[in-house]
Design a protein around this ligand. Structure first.
Ligand SMILES: [Zn+2]
Length: 256
């Protein structure tokens, strides 16, 4: 596999001088042409197993509203999951939510390495570069990881409108949970998933290991499947994220 890919990420929006750097690991649906759609139908690829439905619209509208820079992964999580460490058992899945992924069965070391080098590493290097540049200017930085989750998993309906995932530094997540609950929303606290050292990669790598304040947010997909819902959520987050950051700076005596 020697195919040269176009850039695996897109950078959207403009740096408005605020602290937020938006990242979206699962915003994309693209599959490198030589992988032949991974052997899946277009319908299967468009399901939640292929990407985080709706989060591309939320991310871009939020980037416009703040304004802020958004770094988006272009390729489907089924090619390689950019929220998993290289070599993680679910980095390149052989099946997802009952769907076998034909072109991911018995991959060679070379095939895995190519996906890491063409897709995973350039995306994370671009995020690192963005954070490094701001820290070099002594700016405050908050990493905001955007995700969406399927409303039903294994025939169980999920009640949360939105979830905040956190682990080693829960300070900003707890503030955001309170603000979202004050809006009357059902808010998951480490639901529908808990953040752990191994379940995720982006926030452990760019937030926790660098001791940067961070938010990992999951929005239920039926709420943001269409542009109207995406705009509602982008407006909500564009209002609440700066509020949460102001509370954080006051409470923890951090320079805004
Ligand atoms: Zn996701």
């Amino acid at each position: 596999m020697t195919e040269i890919l176009a850039e695996s990420f897109k950078v959207y929006g403009q740096d408005g001088g605020g602290p937020f750097v938006l990242v979206s690991d699962h915003a994309g649906q693209a599959i490198p042409p030589t992988l032949d759609g991974l052997g899946l139908s277009a319908d299967e690829r468009a399901r939640h197993i292929g990407w985080d439905i709706g989060i591309d619209g939320v991310g871009r509208k939020l980037a416009d509203a703040l304004p802020a820079v958004l770094i988006e992964q272009v390729y489907s999580r089924l090619v390689i999951d950019c929220n998993r460490a290289p070599g993680h058992p679910t980095s390149i899945v052989t099946q997802s939510d009952g769907t076998a992924v034909p072109r991911n069965q018995s991959l060679s070391m070379q095939d895995r390495a190519w996906r890491e080098q063409a897709i995973l590493h350039p995306y994370h290097q671009r995020i690192t570069q963005e954070l490094d540049a701001r820290l070099a200017q002594k700016r405050a930085v908050v990493v905001v990881a955007l995700h969406s989750f399927t409303p039903v998993m294994r025939e169980v309906a999920r009640p949360w409108h939105v979830g905040l995932l956190h682990n080693h530094d829960s300070r900003l997540a707890h503030i955001m949970i309170d603000l979202l609950r004050a809006e009357g929303l059902v808010v998951g606290d480490n639901e529908p998933y808990a953040l752990t050292d191994t379940s995720d990669y982006t926030i452990p790598l760019h937030g926790e290991q660098r001791a940067l304040p961070h938010i990992e947010i999951e929005i239920r997909q039926d709420l943001i499947a269409y542009p109207e819902g995406q705009a509602d959520w982008a407006a909500r987050l564009a209002s609440l994220l700066p509020q949460a950051w102001r509370i954080f700076c006051t409470r923890y005596e951090q320079r805004p």
